[in-house]
Ligand binder design. Structure first.
Ligand code: HEC
Length: 121
């Protein structure tokens, strides 16, 4: 009896450890698109609004960033805007992630996908 409980407990510990180790880390690659998408909505959205209509930061819908090229957006995301609340993200996101985000912002695709899953626009 005690032997069996001990085994069960060891299994649980192994399971928990495995989950921790396999928990996703933000990095490039098509397989982390869903994470990246959530990250942008949650983290960028915390300042720019969950639907990018603006908040502490300016709105980021395609019509609002018409004046910025994808490359310009990437530079802003990478380096932030010094002297403002817009932080640099290069420590957390690699160039590929940043380019992906810029592309999504330009196309508005993130917002469309979000609204098609029943989230408020
Ligand atoms: C802590 C708040 C905060 C977070 C988080 C944040 N931003 Fe910003 N962002 C700002 C502020 C404030 C500005 C405006 C700075 C200024 O006064 O020029 C800004 C400006 C920008 C601009 C320039 C917009 C324009 O029209 O010039 C872009 C693009 C941008 N942010 C993208 C992002 C992205 C993408 C993320 C997530 C990776 C993000 N921001 C996360 C606060 C934030």
């Amino acid at each position: 009896m005690t032997e069996r409980m001990g085994t069960a407990r060891r299994w649980l510990i192994c399971l928990a450890g495995g989950l921790l180790l396999s928990s996703p880390v933000l990095s490039a690659g098509p397989d982390n698109v869903a994470e990246l998408q959530n990250f942008v909505i949650q983290d960028c959205g915390s300042c720019h609004g969950l639907t990018f209509r603006g908040g502490l930061g300016p709105p980021l819908r395609p019509e609002n960033i018409d004046h910025l090229s994808e490359a310009a957006l990437s530079a802003i995301i990478r380096e932030g805007i010094p002297g403002t609340a817009m932080p640099p993200w290069k420590a957390l996101l690699n160039d590929q992630d940043i380019a992906w985000i810029s592309r999504q912002l330009k196309s508005g695709r993130l917002l469309n996908e979000k609204s098609s899953t029943g989230q408020p626009r």
